[in-house]
Design a protein around this ligand. Structure first.
Ligand code: CP
Ligand code: NVA
Length: 299
């Protein structure tokens, strides 16, 4: 039994096979030839944070494959009233076939997985967001082919998305330049483990120079709402806009996991411009997670 808590839980070859299958499933959906590969399967979805894309993509994906998804918020479960994560995992995993969790603490996710009889998927923690990276790597592949050996620029907070890009740099073999203000770096141990391919710089211009892909994310992640104004001041020089994109490679793509705050981390117009693939990234959550669930239920 396998879990997907970070990108490091699958080998590079397994990640490639999931993305190949995601591309195939996308075509099957378009052609109307998709099989009901999840018939009678049930996905438990535990959400302790908000979501638009993650909830809709997992729930719609499960329905399209003939299965069923149960949305569980802390307001409705005993988890919200103090039943332990371990006990909750033991109970839920006797009833469903696969579980996805969006929560704050990565340790909570690990504790759930350690007590689960069925595969557990990380649907975002404070530390990682690996499902988004499956979708992002599928999207890059569809637009530009292999990302191996390319340079990717991360501009902004060294957050959960940035840390998943560090794991992706190792798994897909690309170079990552992270431009962030002092004090907002990704985890130091993770940087040290990947120092052969990941570098932190202060200047967004230095990071994006010649990059094949430029990525950013909100300056204030879920759980950091109180720091929002302070972060807006600190990150004000880190907006990704048309001028910054002009320093990247001529055919550079722009990605953002969304939700985006136009006029903050991204200019008002970049999301709708020719370099942006953000809507494909959002759509590909559906296909990539269907392929991931098929993989986890087949091993
Ligand atoms: N990108 C992403 O995970 O979006 P949601 O928060 O809407 O799920
Ligand atoms: N870094 C953001 C990603 C949202 C999908 C957050 O954690 O809120």
């Amino acid at each position: 039994m396998r879990h997907f808590l970070t990108l490091m839980d699958l080998s590079p070859a397994e990640l490639k096979s999931v993305i190949d299958r995601a591309i195939e499933m996308k075509a099957e959906r378009l052609a109307g030839t998709a099989r009901e590969s999840m018939k009678n399967k049930v996905l438990g979805m535990i959400f302790e944070k908000s979501s638009t894309r993650t909830r809709v993509s997992f729930e719609a994906g499960m329905a399209q494959l003939g299965g069923h998804a149960i949305f569980l918020s802390p307001n409705d479960t005993q988890l919200g009233r103090g039943e332990s994560v371990e006990d909750t995992a033991k109970v839920i995993s006797r009833m469903v076939d696969i579980v996805m969790i969006r929560t704050y603490s990565h340790q909570m996710l690990e504790a759930f997985a350690a007590n689960s009889r069925v595969p557990v998927i990380n649907a975002l923690t404070d530390d990682y967001h690996p499902c988004q990276l499956l979708s992002d790597m599928q999207t890059y592949h569809e637009h530009r082919g292999s990302i191996q050996g390319k340079t990717v620029a991360w501009v902004g907070d060294g957050n959960n998305m940035c840390q998943s890009f560090i794991n992706a740099a190792r798994q897909w073999d690309f170079e990552l330049k992270v431009a962030c203000p002092e004090g907002f770096e990704p985890n130091q141990a993770l940087l040290d483990e990947n120092s052969d391919r990941v570098a932190v710089v202060r200047s967004p211009k230095a990071a994006v120079a010649g990059a094949a892909l430029v990525v950013t994310d909100t300056w204030a992640s879920m759980g950091q709402d109180k720091e929002k104004q302070q972060r807006q001041r600190i990150f004000s020089g880190y907006q990704v806009n048309e001028e910054l994109m002009s320093l990247a490679a001529a055919d550079a793509l722009f990605m953002h996991c969304l939700p985006a705050y136009r006029g903050m981390e991204v200019s008002e117009t970049l999301l709708d411009g020719p370099s942006s693939v953000v809507w494909d990234e959002a759509e590909n959550r559906l296909h990539a997670q269907k392929a991931l669930m098929e993989f986890l239920l087949s091993v």
